[in-house]
Design a binder for this molecule. Structure first.
Ligand code: ZN
Ligand code: ZN
Length: 240
């Protein structure tokens, strides 16, 4: 039945490429030309943080130098679908600042593929990185929450958009680099309902991972509340 409605809907509102706006036949979100230009992250990558390796044997559970040094990792696994380059930046920005909520459906499909290792290992609940309520009012929606809700439908996992809260308004991370980013988001997150976090395997959902400062602060708050494990999946990741 759902497919039937989807077909009707596609006739009235044909799906368009998220990059160039060209009408496309299927719902993958991108036309073939744009799809070609996206840098998807593929193996080999660090088994923990997901950082792609340039030269490493495939299939091995290798860790990058930072993860080897980190004896108390905040994350069980981090995964991202695509490299955040100039081409992809355009799409993410459109998603964030225009009402392109339908992008959430496409990005959720991408997140599901990127999070394969995490879902195989087992997870309990998806949690979007929250916005401070002041930001939510001006932007009207939290893009990560939209994606998490779609991903919950695709994976059958539950989604919790209430337990993790942003208690401190922060300046956009894009204005800072390195240590200033860490400082900007320090102690910005808290868990409102500990009972919904304790003992749970939580998967954080966000659009872009840059230095990981925001995601790490979220993970700290979740561990403090007794989370069993924290993973994260982002659509894109910044790396050289
Ligand atoms: Zn296109
Ligand atoms: Zn790593």
């Amino acid at each position: 039945m759902k497919e039937f409605f989807q077909k009707i809907l596609n006739m009235i509102l044909p799906p368009k490429c998220l990059c160039c706006g060209k009408i496309i036949r299927d719902e993958n979100g991108f036309c073939a030309d744009c799809f070609q230009k996206i840098n998807f992250i593929t193996a080999p990558y660090c088994a923990r943080c997901g950082l792609p390796f340039e030269n490493a044997p495939q299939g091995n559970k290798l860790l990058c130098t930072d993860c080897l040094k980190d004896k108390k990792p905040l994350f069980r696994m981090c995964r991202s679908a695509v490299k955040y380059d100039d081409f992809f930046k355009k799409n993410i920005l459109a998603f964030k600042f225009m009402d392109k909520t339908q992008n959430a459906v496409v990005f959720a499909k991408i997140l599901k593929l990127a999070g394969k290792d995490i879902f195989e290992k087992g997870a309990d609940v998806l949690m979007p990185v929250p916005l401070h309520f002041k930001r939510l009012v001006t932007r009207r929606y939290n893009q990560s929450a939209l994606m998490a809700k779609e991903l919950a439908r695709l994976t059958g996992l539950s989604v919790d958009t209430f337990s993790l809260v942003k208690i401190k308004p922060t300046k956009p991370q894009i204005r800072y680099s390195g240590r200033a980013r860490v400082k900007n988001v320090k102690d910005a997150f808290s868990v409102a309902d500990v009972s919904r976090v304790k003992g749970k395997r939580i998967v954080l959902i966000d659009d872009v991972m840059t230095t990981g400062s925001t995601l790490k602060e979220c993970a700290k708050a979740l561990h403090k509340a007794g989370a069993k494990s924290v993973d994260c999946i982002t659509v894109a990741r910044v790396y050289r």
